[in-house]
Design a protein around this ligand. Sequence first.
Ligand code: ATP
Ligand code: MG
Length: 267
Amino acid sequence: MDRYRIEPGTLVDLTRWDPADQSALEDDKKTARRELKALNKRLEELQELLYAEGKHKILIVLQAMDSGGKDGTIRHVFDGTNPQGVKVASFKKPTDEERAHDYLWRVHRHTPGSGEVAIFNRSHYEDVLVVRVHNLVPPEIWNRRYDHINAFEQMLADEGTTIVKLYLHISKDEQKERLQARLDVPHKQWKFAKGDLAERERWDEYMEAFEAVLSKTSTAAAPWYVIPANRKWYRNLVISRILVETLENLDMHYPNPEEDLEGVVIT
Ligand code: ATP
Ligand code: MG
């Protein structure tokens, strides 16, 4: 899945990344669905092993435009994993207390402990995305944050965290369809927020802000992946492959049993 990883120091132009790409698909869609099922099972096993070994910490950062598929990714890719070892943290508009602190304060406490997977549904990157697009702080302040973020993530990595950052890339047309579906389908209406339309109007500014994020904060310790996300099944396939690959590279082992269990008799 290297084709979707941003090499550190690359200047990213998102118009050159096709949200409908499916070039990593070797076979037909039916085969892909079968592969996805197998990957899902493998991810379950690897997460159990991660939890049992209790050594590594995994942080997955999800960022996207509204309706980009963050929720769907969490539901489908992590389907079947053990909720004891996987926690999701969703970052909304900061509360008064959060706003009274530095922007990493609310984030740090949700980072994973040993044996855990933490999924960030939005993240500290909002502080250089929505904050930048809406001028919530002056440029000299958000401009410094890329360096802070890189240093923060490097620290997490030095302390044993494996970080995977996923930008779900959809097209503006695809977003229109998805927002329209939220309007049209009664049981989806709860997801529709009029405010999403105001954000949509700033699409180009968001793309610029995402390009800056991808260009400045993809590091060896915490790489970004641009996930083609117009097609949900392909998005899930690519993300599942990335996560399975990442976990397999950790070379994990089940802990040794307490003692020689051969002679143990349960009466
Ligand atoms: P859904 O897909 O269900 O709509 P969501 O992640 O969009 O989920 P919302 O409650 O709709 O959740 O939106 C959260 C909002 O909070 C987003 O508009 C996001 O930009 C905003 N937000 C998150 N972090 C910050 C921040 N640090 N400063 C300002 N706004 C933020
Ligand atoms: Mg929303």
